[in-house]
Design a protein around this ligand. Structure first.
Ligand SMILES: [Zn+2]
Length: 334
């Protein structure tokens, strides 16, 4: 398994140093699974993620929030009873219902709790995550039983506006489709055995290993698709609806540690995708999470031309630095 890096040196005459000749490094990395490339710049090349006043945003949005307990029963849809008999799915505090905006043949939204309109990343506990993931697993099973063609099931998150969320109240999203997304399709072209080789190589090097939660190893992506990309693979499931309760609890523990790490690094927003390849024997369940930077009227978004149009991320947080921050959390939780 090749972890390919190319090192370039950029030379300019720098106005900040009297137009003296200055060289800076640029590293290009190639993902060992997909070949997708990423650029790793020296730390501090970009402004840090903007601070966000979650209290203020929560206060501005709470009054009319459709996911808060005062309105969630009357303002969110229900599934037809032949798909989900109760119309909505509950586990612990979590509540799942259909998405009003359908991006998939079957689209769901699940709040961690109708009572938790404001939920900073370092307060999303393993049990809040596990219960919310469990609603999505139940949604995936309900759809799989009812509509066997919609086998491409995924659990996802846009958490707060920088990640694409239009509702402030923290939630996950589920999707089940008759067709794979582009990345689902690309990853199914990877030989299933390569995922085990990839994890084995990362375990052996340890440089990007965050830790293990039992049956799942957590890694900083070698060639991240955005700041702080973390990956994990569950080899005992090939699609989210196959997760057993122990794996759901384990995913909750690991993701809680990842989100705490994002918070420590100054991020309050993230995207998540959990998916497999239902028709590919031996294909693991893939978990990917990436931090998203808050931005304001004059603060940059973390997706620029390279991310959106060249599919190549440019980050100044080295995966090894991310692993260094996360490793302590995983060790103290273990
Ligand atoms: Zn709310």
């Amino acid at each position: 398994m090749e972890f390919r890096r190319e090192h370039l040196r950029i030379e300019i005459l720098d106005p900040r140093q009297g137009f003296e000749r200055r060289q800076s490094p640029l590293e290009i990395r190639f993902d060992p699974l997909t070949g997708q490339s990423a650029r790793v710049l020296p730390p501090g090349s970009f402004p840090p993620p903007a601070d966000v006043d979650l209290d203020r945003l929560a206060a501005e949005t709470r009054e009319r929030c459709p996911f808060c307990s005062a309105r969630v029963e009357s303002e969110t849809p229900r599934f037809p009873p032949d798909v989900v008999s109760e119309g909505r799915i509950r586990r612990g505090e979590a509540l799942l219902f259909p998405n009003l905006v359908g991006y998939a043949k079957w689209s769901s939204v699940s709040v961690y709790s109708p009572e938790r309109h404001r939920l900073p990343l370092d307060e999303i506990t393993p049990s809040l995550l596990a219960d919310n993931l469990a609603t999505q697993v139940a949604f995936g099973r309900a759809v799989a039983d009812f509509d066997t063609d919609s086998a491409w099931v995924s659990i996802n998150a846009n958490h707060l506006p920088p990640s694409g969320s239009s509702v402030f109240h923290p939630h996950l999203q589920g999707a089940a489709n008759p067709f794979p997304t582009t990345v689902q399709r690309f990853l199914t072209e990877v030989e299933p055995a390569r995922f085990r080789e990839y994890v084995a190589a990362e375990r052996a090097s340890g440089e990007r290993l965050l830790g293990s939660t039992g049956r799942i190893d957590w890694l900083a992506a070698f060639a991240p698709v955005g700041p702080g990309e973390v990956r994990a693979f569950a080899f005992e499931a090939s699609s989210p609806e196959q997760l057993d309760p122990e794996l759901v609890a384990e995913l909750g523990r690991g993701l809680s540690l990842v989100l705490g790490t994002f918070a420590e690094l100054g991020y309050q927003s993230f995207n998540l995708a959990v998916f497999g390849a239902p028709a590919s024997p031996g294909f693991p369940l893939v978990v990917r999470a990436v931090a998203r930077a808050y931005y304001g009227s004059l603060r940059r978004s973390d997706a620029m031309w390279s991310e959106r149009l060249h599919w190549e991320s440019t980050v100044d947080l080295a995966p090894e630095a991310l692993a260094d921050v996360a490793r302590d959390r995983f060790a103290s939780a273990g």
